[in-house]
Ligand binder design. Structure first.
Ligand code: SF4
Length: 376
């Protein structure tokens, strides 16, 4: 089975207003503890473990100085095969530097993902992002010169006060810069974020109809720009530039997470490393990794997750193939009934064994996912 390696780099210079991820300020002692822990965790990977894809995410991976990135990369490469197909690193515009890009290129990074969110300075300020528009362009110039050709730009939409014209400018700008992949995320209000506080105080309002309008506008604009949508939030300029690491995850293959708070799905188990750097490091040093949310994966769980994540992809799901893959599941009749109802209601298209969400279905994919999860 294909296996991805996810490395979590949990450091951020400041906290964005919409962010609910675990992250720490980059204090030297914590960075050193983190790097020592990663050395130990990489050694646990096992020499016969074949890695297909690598993803360094955060936090802000590119916040680390070049010498730390090099140490982390070399440590990882000592523990894994070198014939992986993809290695993505997430970068924040204010942290992109020539020496870090040179380290990435020399170590074999194949893909860079820049967290732009918007090119509009006012919108960036309201999101609490640390970077400004000038830094985005400077970062992109360096990425362009780095020799790493596979590039993603992350954008957000349905931001407070954002207009469709502003969104159109963002999408067109990402295309004009030459990104081979663009991810577009609808703003969500997670608990314990600054935006959620504003929502609870009535300073912001949830507007489902507005979100729907932004989704549809994004999908139409991306199509007109020549990008193919392959997942609700992901677009590429060719099949070759789709993100293999994410595809592997959505198809419920294996992935191993290294680093504080990183999740893994491997050997029919799913778990998350503890978040605090000190307890994560202590666990690794004493050979008893501290894990949370550990569950044994049954065929029922894997089937439901394959349906929920599979339907988010434009290729949809092959129900017969899933029935053959998870033969011990006992509630296929209920799934067949739900699929038939979703087809009748215009949310799903069915062609042979394959089910694909219609546009209405894509707009309702969270609700459809909830219905599926109730069957499991
Ligand atoms: S850079 Fe990413 S992980 Fe860090 S605070 Fe902002 S959204 Fe969260």
């Amino acid at each position: 089975m294909k296996t991805g390696l996810y490395c979590h780099i949990p450091f951020c210079a400041s906290t964005c207003d919409f962010c609910a991820f675990y992250q720490e300020k980059p204090i030297r002692s914590d960075l050193n503890a983190y790097l020592s822990g990663m050395d130990l965790e990489f050694k646990t990977l096992g020499s016969n473990q074949s890695i297909d894809t690598i993803f360094w995410g955060g936090g802000t991976p590119s916040l680390l100085p070049a010498k730390d990135l090099e140490r982390l990369g070399k440590s990882m490469l000592q523990s894994i095969n070198h014939d992986f197909k993809e290695w993505t690193v997430e970068m924040a515009p204010s942290t992109v530097k020539k020496d870090k890009l040179a380290v990435f290129k020399a170590m074999g990074v194949t893909r860079l993902s820049l967290g732009v969110q918007s090119f509009d300075q006012d919108l960036l300020t309201h999101l609490g992002r640390l970077h400004n528009t000038n830094q985005i362009y400077k970062a992109w110039e360096l990425i362009d010169q780095s020799g790493i050709e596979n590039t993603n730009i992350d954008l957000m939409f349905a931001l407070p006060n954002q207009t469709l014209d502003q969104l159109a400018s963002d999408l067109k700008e990402a295309h004009r810069l030459g990104a081979s992949h663009i991810s577009t995320y609808c703003l969500t209000f997670e608990e314990d974020t600054a935006l959620y506080v504003k929502l609870s105080q009535g300073k912001l309002k949830l507007d489902v109809e507005r979100e729907r309008m932004f989704y549809e506008f994004t999908w139409d604009t991306m199509k007109s720009l020549g990008f193919e949508q392959y997942e609700i939030s992901n677009f590429s300029n060719s099949k070759e530039t789709q993100c293999l690491h994410n595809l592997n995850t959505w198809k419920m293959n294996n992935w191993i997470g290294c680093g504080p708070s990183a999740a893994s799905q491997v050997d029919k188990m799913r778990y998350r490393n503890t978040s605090a750097i000190s307890s994560w490091l202590n666990g690794l040093q004493s050979n008893i990794p501290v894990r949370e949310e550990e569950i044994k994966l049954t065929e029922s769980i894997l089937l439901i997750d394959s349906l929920v994540f599979g339907l988010r992809m434009n290729q949809g799901i092959n129900l017969s193939a899933l029935k053959a893959k998870y033969p011990s599941v006992t509630f296929f009749d209920s799934i067949d009934d739900l699929m038939s109802r979703l087809v009748d209601e215009g949310y799903l298209n069915c062609s042979g064994d394959r089910f694909v969400l219609t546009r209405e279905g894509q707009l309702k994919c969270d609700a459809i996912g909830s219905e599926l999860m109730q069957l499991g």
